[in-house]
Design a protein around this ligand. Structure first.
Ligand SMILES: *[C@@H]1O[C@H](CO)[C@@H](O)[C@H](O)[C@H]1NC(C)=O
Ligand SMILES: *[C@@H]1O[C@H](CO)[C@@H](O)[C@H](O)[C@H]1NC(C)=O
Ligand SMILES: *[C@@H]1O[C@H](CO)[C@@H](O)[C@H](O)[C@H]1NC(C)=O
Length: 410
């Protein structure tokens, strides 16, 4: 055996027996993610979209949705998207897919038509998924899926839809589903008891990554389109966080346990906002949502008012100067959202229908009281301040601080 080959085998063995997660540096297993706001709609209805999604995640019916905005229909148009470029087929077509830890089907076709190539296999199975803020139906195919160079999955099951069969996905091609396998359960219409192996699981079963883990880095941004995120498959990227990653087990409380669900408690300064309870971490949600009773406590503690134009909580600039930290206690660690981390980027105020000089808060009302098994959603406003790790192998979620945790970019 050549020395180089034996060294490689030694390395592979070392990797496979490593007890801790693999650190990835400058590796091909990372995929950039771009954040994009769709400004062509005028003031966007980000809150309505997030809340429709929250309702679907909680399994509630559409009729119980927050109707605060009266007759305005829930807009299905994608308002804020975190997009990864994913190649499918051979020769490959690149699709812009929403990075979603809150759902698990990967599918294409909402905008760019699916191009069938020699690697496309039609399974003939109809597939359909509802997201609250949109839905798609179509046919399940298997095809070669490439997540950047070096991460090529063969025979990945993907949904193939079309613009007329997908609602709520204008300007994007579909979803890269990074949620747990069980969320695919029942999505094959004719096989209600089947699940569909996810992209992350196939990366593992095809020997490309050694643990079923995804690390996600976002950075705060004040611009409309920016590539400011990174997905790492099979490990974590130490260049994207500071200190160490602390892990917490997936919660046992349903329905949060069906997602990337965790237990957490929240305090504002020393005031309890939400006692220890279950909720989820979700890259498909823009803001941070908490149960209605907790939201009222936050509103009262911050002295904020509910702004009619945007649906956001609003504070004055002098209240902003005395805003306290919002503390998320997860396991034995506390993740501190600074005052700047609690406000919507002011350069994007008019984009949500607000006034350019106002200060809006990124904590909002999930629309139901606490105690229902899913009392918070830590969306992008949280995840752009903390590195997050989705570890299926060990049934846990990890967080770490980043150089942006205390940034004053907003
Ligand atoms: C998908 O959403 C559209 C628009 O809201 C709706 O008309 C349609 O019935 C939905 N389809 C399914 C299968 O839920
Ligand atoms: C933005 O939204 C409009 C209206 O919904 C849609 O037609 C357009 O394709 C979207 N553009 C992008 C880049 O997402
Ligand atoms: C989470 O909280 C629930 C309810 O308090 C508790 O039963 C459970 O043991 C906690 N921990 C986990 C990992 O679910």
């Amino acid at each position: 055996m050549f020395p180089a080959a034996s060294l490689l085998i030694t390395l592979l063995l070392a990797l496979s027996i490593a007890a801790s997660l693999i650190e990835v540096r400058n590796s091909p297993v990372t995929l950039p993610i771009a954040r994009r706001l769709n400004t062509s709609n005028g003031p966007i209805n980000l809150l309505q979209r997030d809340k429709a999604r929250a309702a679907a995640i909680k399994g509630r019916s559409f009729s119980t949705l927050d109707r605060r905005t009266g007759s305005t229909p829930v807009t299905n148009d994608e308002a804020v998207s975190y997009i990864a470029a994913v190649s499918v087929g051979s020769p490959a077509t690149t699709y812009n897919l929403i990075v979603d830890t809150g759902s698990s089907n990967t599918w294409v076709g909402a905008t760019t038509a699916y191009a069938k190539t020699k690697t496309s296999v039609n399974t003939g199975q109809p597939v359909a998924v509802g997201y609250g803020s949109g839905n798609f139906s179509g046919t399940e195919y298997t095809d070669t899926v490439s997540l950047g160079s070096g991460l090529t999955i063969t025979k990945q099951s993907i949904g193939v839809s079309s613009p007329s069969l997908a609602s709520g996905f204008s300007g994007v091609d579909g979803i890269l589903g990074l949620g747990p396998l069980d969320l695919t359960y029942g999505t094959l219409t004719n096989k209600p008891d089947a699940t569909i192996p996810t992209v992350t699981q196939n990366l593992h079963s095809q020997g490309i990554i050694s643990q079923i883990v995804v690390g996600i880095s976002f950075e705060p941004t004040t611009s409309v389109t920016v590539t400011n995120g990174e997905l790492t498959f099979g490990g974590t990227d130490a260049t994207k966080y500071t200190g160490s990653i602390a892990y917490t087990p997936i919660t046992t409380t349903s329905p949060a346990s069906e997602y990337w669900g965790i237990n957490e408690s929240i305090t504002y300064g020393s005031t309890t906002i939400l006692s220890a309870t279950a909720g989820i971490v979700d890259t498909g949600t823009t803001l941070i949502y908490i149960a209605t009773d907790a939201f009222k406590r936050y509103q009262s503690a911050t002295g904020s008012t509910l702004d009619e134009a945007t649906g956001f909580l609003r504070i004055t600039s002098s209240q902003y100067k005395t805003l306290k930290n919002l503390n998320f206690k997860i396991g034995s660690n506390t993740y501190v959202l600074t005052p700047n981390g609690q406000i919507w980027p002011r350069s994007l105020n008019t984009y949500v229908g607000g006034s350019s000089s106002a200060v809006y808060l990124i904590v909002n009302d999930i629309g139901t009281p606490s105690g229902e098994g899913l009392d918070f959603i830590n969306g992008y406003a949280f995840l752009e301040r903390f590195y997050s790790v989705y570890d299926t192998t060990n049934s846990r979620v990890g967080f770490a601080t980043t150089k942006y945790t205390d940034a004053t970019t907003n």
